[in-house]
Design a protein around this ligand. Structure first.
Ligand SMILES: [Zn+2]
Length: 84
């Protein structure tokens, strides 16, 4: 089964595999990039490109969607995943 997701920045709908998933874990509030399938929480999906990642951080949008407080290192951590 192909799961479709929507980018939180540009709104494009694509296959799950084309996105980076970021989850706020419901147990402890921790923000996890590409969590394993046992991790439950509020999630956002972003295209694997710099524009969408940076776009999600404009006006702290990603933090509002995740309902978490601002975390200045998160953007760099997500950008680092592009290099892998
Ligand atoms: Zn996008």
């Amino acid at each position: 089964m192909i799961v479709k997701r929507k980018c939180a920045a540009c709104g494009e709908i694509k296959d799950r595999s084309e996105f980076i998933k970021i989850t706020r874990v419901c147990d402890n509030g921790e923000i996890v990039i590409e969590p394993d399938s046992n991790t439950f929480g509020r999630s956002v999906y972003l295209c694997k490109n710099e524009n969408c990642i940076k776009g999600a951080f404009k006006k702290d949008r990603i933090f509002k969607v995740l309902k978490t407080k601002r975390n200045d290192s998160l953007q760099n951590k997500i950008l680092e995943t592009l290099e892998n």
